[in-house]
Write a protein that binds this ligand. Structure first.
Ligand code: NAP
Ligand code: SF4
Length: 675
């Protein structure tokens, strides 16, 4: 890779060794028992991994700006020693760190919230109070105070969060700012609040103090501004003395995905380029930049001067150093699943990462020294659980033999990669393959290991990670030739007919519906994404939305998704991504039918009972996606070989099993063996 990503850059007063900024992330650690210690440990590993500049998670400049009660704030000098734990640690590790100032505005999940106008957000139940002139002046003073405290705490500067629909963005948007005073109306008036804050910080802290501004470029909401307004605002930011413009995409209340797996990589860097063309200060691109290649290309093509990556640093703290040393295939890539980061956050749990359960848990799962005595370990099953255990245990010094009945590794992940929009799971499989090779792990593919073999192997420990089997249903006619397990359907879609019934509307039922309806449109991924979500690729329409676009997609098959229970479909889907799956199915015309019982299957189709009435649903093919059962039948016999038998992943527990749980199980067992 040519070294665009690794050419040094001067940004304001900061000399940076490379073009990669570790972006701001909410971690949920603010609510932990040791927030600053754990945050320092989290940032330290990333700083040691070579990142040039770190941006903290959002910190409020006052009580009203808190995103929720108990979130981070920096409002007085008593808090400085806590923040110094972070800045000292990061500086000792060789990176720079800036504080992100985030005033949540009408997104604050608390009763005392404010906004330019008293308009409630559709994603918040709390109604904001309209800010008075005095409230506005006080808030400007709070921003300046926070920036000054950040400087005293040793931060190398600040980022002002002016995108995603938070307070600063609420002032610039007509959608949320209905004021008729000098803070509302014209763009100049709406920009005044942000510009006054920047000017006041400059006046107090001087020209050397580093200020980065995250502005909203594509709003992706009705009544949002267009790219020309964004360009004009960028010019105003530049003349007010901002050192770098970072480009935010979409509001949190937007009904267009902006960071999920379904969003193509670098889907919005074209919009960043439109800002870069107009200003002389450096500009950073963000959103769905998850590989060094994609990041490098953005810089190389001149779309941005820097890249702003957040979740990729949850997935791999050593992203930068691996990229710099041409070891990109060793990077544990963020697959944009949101499962263990944003979904955790919205479920009030500490953030982590599906592919790296140590993320934000560095002090709880510290780096271990090699095992005092190496064990000889057999691992049965090379799915997510077995693979992550095998790799971690080998790193810790144990001797591993990994048995897999299939001809390739991956287990259930091999189905996931076939689902449209879930191709990023291929990166996880690539990472596992590279790690097996790097650590020279004895992997026996195509081997249904026997008890005899295991006895011969003289293993100290056996780890059963044999995964799951699809649940068999007790319905008359289930053996009919037109009934398929989800495994069969993923393997041989050519056998599936035109009219399809899917029994079971869990995660796999939804995946199956997307898999079977998807029709390739032969467009470039970003063009196809823009069209299917109604994004105006010129950015010239309000909010960069094109309401004239027909979002319906051509569907390859007629699919009906069935569930027995009453109520909403898709309740088991991810908190932050479930709505995307729902929308995709709707676009493909998938029918949802619930609150029913299955009676039998015959040549007429699937007989069901709904609302007390028996009826027949005709189908060419019926696919069973009714959950799984553990493949754990070996457990008892293994105990005759050694006392040390452990069961992990789906073989242990299928309830609430997903790839995140399987990987976590594997890593945690490896830790248990060494502590
Ligand atoms: P699941 O989420 O447990 O869903 C299976 C569905 O089948 C249930 O919702 C249930 O709904 C139905 N069912 C269960 N027993 C049945 C029976 N005896 N007869 C008829 N229907 C029955 O299982 P899954 O879809 O296989 O997913 C497995 C795991 O992978 C889950 O933890 C899931 O979170 C994860 N996953 C998630 C995603 C995603 O979020 N996109 C994608 C793939 C997998 P009714 O009883 O109401 O019919
Ligand atoms: Fe990326 Fe998924 Fe990890 Fe979040 S949980 S950082 S989206 S891989």
């Amino acid at each position: 890779m040519s070294n665009h990503l690794f050419s040094p850059i001067q940004v304001g007063s900061l000399s940076l060794a490379n073009r990669i900024i570790m972006g701001s992330m909410h971690t949920g650690l603010d609510h932990s028992e040791d927030p600053f210690g754990r945050l320092a440990a989290f940032y330290k590993e990333r700083a040691e991994g070579g990142v040039a500049l770190i941006v903290t998670g959002g910190v409020s400049p006052n009580e009203q700006g808190l995103i929720s009660p108990g979130s981070m704030k920096l409002t007085n000098v008593e808090q400085l020693p806590s923040y110094k734990i972070i800045t000292d640690t990061v500086h000792q590790a060789g990176s720079k760190i800036i504080l992100q100032i985030l005033h949540a505005g009408r997104y604050a999940k608390q009763t005392d919230l404010v906004a330019p106008s008293a308009i409630r957000s559709p994603i918040n139940k709390f109604e904001p109070k309209e800010m008075s002139e005095q409230d506005i002046l006080n808030t400007i003073a709070d921003f300046v105070n926070c920036a000054s405290l950040a400087q005293q705490a040793g931060f190398d500067g600040i980022e002002l969060l002016g995108s995603e629909g938070y307070l600063l963005n609420e002032f610039t948007a007509l959608r949320t700012n209905h004021r008729t005073d000098r803070w509302g109306g014209s763009l100049e008036n709406r920009a005044r609040f942000a510009l006054e804050i920047i000017r006041a910080i400059r006046q107090k802290l001087g020209t050397e103090f580093y200020i980065q501004y995250r502005m909203s470029v594509l709003e992706l909401v009705e009544g949002g501004w267009n790219i020309e307004d964004a360009q004009q605002f960028a010019k105003l930011l530049e003349s007010a003395g901002v050192d770098l413009i970072n480009t935010g995409i979409g509001w949190h209340e937007s009904s267009i995905p902006t960071i999920a797996m379904q969003v193509p990589r670098a889907a919005f860097s074209w919009a960043t380029e439109k800002i870069k063309q107009l200003v002389d200060i450096p500009v950073a691109a963000a959103n769905r930049i998850n590989t060094a290649d994609v990041a490098n290309k953005i810089i190389q093509q001149g779309e941005a001067d820097m890249v702003y990556l957040s979740r990729p640093f949850l997935a791999d703290p050593n992203f930068v150093i691996k990229a710099q040393q041409q070891r990109t295939d060793e990077i544990n890539t963020c697959i944009a699943c949101n499962q263990s980061c944003l979904d955790h956050l919205f479920n009030f749990k500490t953030v982590s990462c599906l592919v790296n359960p140590r993320a934000c848990h560095e002090t709880l799962l510290p780096k271990l020294p090699p095992a005092a005595s190496a064990q000889n370990i057999a691992v049965i099953g090379a799915g997510a659980a077995g693979l992550s255990f095998a790799i971690e245990a080998k790193k810790n010094g144990h001797h591993i033999t990994l048995y897999e009945a299939n001809t390739e590794i991956g287990g259930q992940l091999l189905h996931a990669v076939k689902v449209p929009g879930k191709e990023e799971f291929n990166e996880l499989l690539r990472y596992f393959r590279v790690m097996l090779k790097k650590y020279n792990i004895n992997t026996q593919l195509n081997t249904k290991v026997s008890l005899e073999q295991l006895k011969h192997g003289q293993y100290d420990t056996i780890v059963l990670a044999a995964g799951v089997v699809p649940r068999l249903l007790d319905i008359q006619g289930i053996d009919s030739p037109n009934v398929f397990s989800y495994e069969d359907a993923f393997r041989s879609p050519e056998k599936i007919g035109q009219t399809v019934l899917i029994i079971g509307a869990g995660g796999i039922g939804y995946d199956m519906a997307e898999f079977l309806t998807h029709q390739d449109d032969n467009m470039q991924p970003i063009d196809s994404f823009n069209k299917s979500w109604g994004i105006d690729p010129t950015g010239l329409q309000a909010g960069a939305l094109d309401p004239s676009v027909n979002r319906m997609l051509k569907s390859k098959r007629d699919v009906t998704l069935l569930q027995r229970k009453a109520g909403k479909f898709g309740r088991s889907l991810g908190k932050t991504t479930g709505w995307i799956h729902q929308a995709e199915l709707q676009k493909c015309g998938v029918t949802l039918l619930g609150e029913l019982n299955y009676l039998k299957i015959d040549e007429a189709g699937l007989h069901i009972e709904k609302d007390g009435i028996a009826q027949v649903l005709a189908a060419d093919s019926i696919i069973i996606c009714a959950g799984q059962e553990s493949r754990d039948e070996l457990t008892e016999s293994l105990k005759n070989i050694t006392n040390n038998v452990y069961t992990i992943g789906g073989a242990k527990e299928v309830r609430e099993l997903d790839a995140a749980q399987a990987i976590r199980d594997g890593i945690e067992l490896a830790y248990t063996l060494n502590t």
